[in-house]
Design a protein around this ligand. Structure first.
Ligand SMILES: *[C@@H]1O[C@H](CO)[C@@H](O)[C@H](O)[C@H]1NC(C)=O
Ligand SMILES: *[C@@H]1O[C@H](CO)[C@@H](O)[C@H](O)[C@H]1NC(C)=O
Ligand SMILES: *[C@@H]1O[C@H](CO)[C@@H](O)[C@H](O)[C@H]1NC(C)=O
Length: 359
C-alpha cells in the first residue's frame, strides 16, 4: 500500500516544480495576453466608506422629520458631478441668484480630488463647505455611479427638505431660470395637502427598453453576467443625468443588490456605460409608475463621437439654440443641456438675462 502510494505521488513533484518555474512566466505574460483591466473598480476601502455613509443616509433620524417642518417649502438639491473646473460657475451663480430665496435649494459638489475647481465668487453658492468627500472617477466605469450615490447620500443627510435631486455635470448649462424649474417640479401639486404631496412626485429619468445596442450593453461584463439579479427583460438604458424624488434617492442609496452587478468590470469598454444603465434599471424595477421615463436634460446624440454626445462651441451659441434646446416632445420643456465647451461661457453670459433666464 505504502509503496503504491509513493509511486502515485512521485510524478507530482516534478509537476510542482514545473508550476513553480512556469508561474513567474505566467505573471509576466498575463498582462500581454489578457486585456488590461480597463475600468478601475471602486476599491474595497472606498466601498466600506460608502457603505457607512449610505447606511447613515437611509437610517431615519427622528430629529430631522420632514413632517415636523411642513411649513417650510420643499427644496431642490443640485448635485454637481465634476472631474474638471466648474467652467460655468458664473452662469450657475446667476441661475441661483435669480431665485427669490436661498431657502429653496441646496448645492453639493463632488469634484475629482486631483482637480480643484476654481469657483471663487464671493458670496457664491459653490463655497468649500458645499464640496462633499469625493473620490476619483473614470469615464465608462461604475465610479460614476458611486459618485452620484455619494452626492445623493450627502444631500439626503444634509437637509430633510431636499425633495428633488438634480444631477449636473461641468458641461451642463441651465436653459431656464431657477424659478421656472422650481415651479415646474412643485406647482402641479400645490393644492395638495402638504404632508401627502411628496407621494405624488415623479422622477424625471429616461428609461429605454428598445435600443439596437441594448443586448451589447447587457452583456458588456460577459454573457449573462448580470444574472440572476438583472434579467435581460429588466435591463434598461437611459440618461446619466436625471432629477430624482427623495423617495427614489432613498431607494438608490439603500440598494446593494444591483450595485453588486453594475460595479463589475466591463470586458468591452465600448459597450459599457454603467452610469447610463444602473439608475434606469433600478428605478424601472422598483417603481416604474413613479418615473416619467424622460429626462429634463437635453443631449444631442446626432453624430456622437466615441460615445460622447455632440459638443456645442461658442460660434453656435445663440438665442435660437437655447430656444431650440428647450423644445421637448414631453409634458415639460428641457431645463438643462449638455455638452458645452468651456469657452461658451462668454457668449452664454452675454445672453443670460435677456434669453436664458427670461422664461
Ligand atoms: C445677485 O443679485 C443681487 C441683487 O439683485 C445683485 O446685486 C448681484 O450682482 C447678483 N449677483 C450675480 C452674480 O448675478
Ligand atoms: C444636433 O446635432 C446635429 C449634428 O451635429 C445638428 O445637425 C443639429 O442641428 C443638432 N441639433 C440641435 C438642436 O442643436
Ligand atoms: C420629437 O419627435 C420627433 C418625431 O419623432 C423627432 O423627430 C424629434 O427629434 C423629437 N424631438 C426631440 C427634442 O427629441
Amino acid at each position: 500500500m505504502t509503496s503504491s502510494l509513493t509511486t502515485a505521488n512521485t510524478p507530482l513533484i516534478p509537476i510542482t516544480i514545473l508550476i513553480i518555474l512556469i508561474l513567474p512566466g505566467l505573471f509576466y505574460l498575463a498582462p500581454h495576453i489578457l486585456p488590461p483591466p480597463k475600468s478601475p473598480p471602486v476599491t474595497f476601502p472606498e466601498e466600506l466608506q460608502d457603505l457607512t455613509l449610505f447606511r447613515r443616509a437611509t437610517t431615519p433620524d427622528p430629529r430631522k422629520s420632514r413632517l415636523g417642518s411642513t411649513n417650510s417649502k420643499p427644496k431642490i438639491a443640485f448635485l454637481f458631478l465634476t472631474n474638471s473646473d466648474l467652467h460655468f460657475a458664473p452662469l450657475w451663480e446667476i441661475f441661483f441668484n435669480g431665485s427669490s430665496s436661498r431657502s429653496l435649494f441646496n448645492v453639493y459638489v463632488h469634484a475629482d480630488p486631483t482637480v480643484v475647481p476654481k469657483v471663487n465668487i464671493p458670496g457664491g453658492v459653490f463655497t468649500k463647505d458645499r464640496f462633499i468627500a469625493a473620490k476619483k472617477t473614470f469615464r465608462g466605469t461604475a465610479t460614476l455611479i458611486a459618485a452620484a450615490r455619494r452626492l445623493l447620500a450627502a444631500a439626503l443627510l444634509d437637509d430633510p427638505l431636499n425633495e428633488f435631486f438634480t444631477l449636473i455635470s461641468q458641461q451642463c448649462i441651465p436653459l431656464h431660470s431657477f424659478g421656472y424649474f422650481y415651479n415646474a417640479l412643485f406647482e402641479a401639486d400645490k393644492h395638495q395637502v402638504a404632508e401627502l404631496r411628496f407621494l405624488k412626485y415623479k422622477s424625471f429619468i429616461e428609461i429605454v427598453s428598445k435600443d439596437p445596442y441594448i443586448l451589447d450593453r447587457y452583456n458588456a461584463r460577459g454573457e449573462n453576467a448580470m444574472l440572476p439579479e438583472v434579467t435581460f427583460e429588466k435591463f434598461r438604458m437611459g440618461s446619466q443625468f436625471w432629477t430624482m424624488t427623495r423617495r427614489h434617492a432613498l431607494v438608490v442609496v439603500a440598494d446593494r443588490k444591483l450595485w453588486k452587478k453594475f460595479r463589475m468590470h466591463c470586458l468591452r469598454p465600448q459597450s459599457c456605460y454603467p452610469e447610463e444603465h444602473y439608475f434606469p434599471t433600478l428605478l424601472s424595477m422598483e417603481d416604474p409608475d413613479g418615473c416619467t421615463s424622460y429626462t429634463l436634460t437635453r443631449v444631442n446624440w446626432t453624430d456622437s463621437v466615441n460615445g460622447h454626445p455632440r459638443t456645442y462651441y461658442p460660434n453656435e451659441v445663440s438665442p435660437g439654440l437655447i430656444h431650440e434646446l428647450r423644445r421637448s416632445n414631453f409634458t415639460n420643456s428641457y431645463m438643462f443641456a449638455r455638452k458645452f465647451s468651456p469657452d461658451c461661457l462668454e457668449p452664454l453670459m452675454k445672453m443670460a438675462y435677456q434669453v436664458i433666464f427670461r422664461d
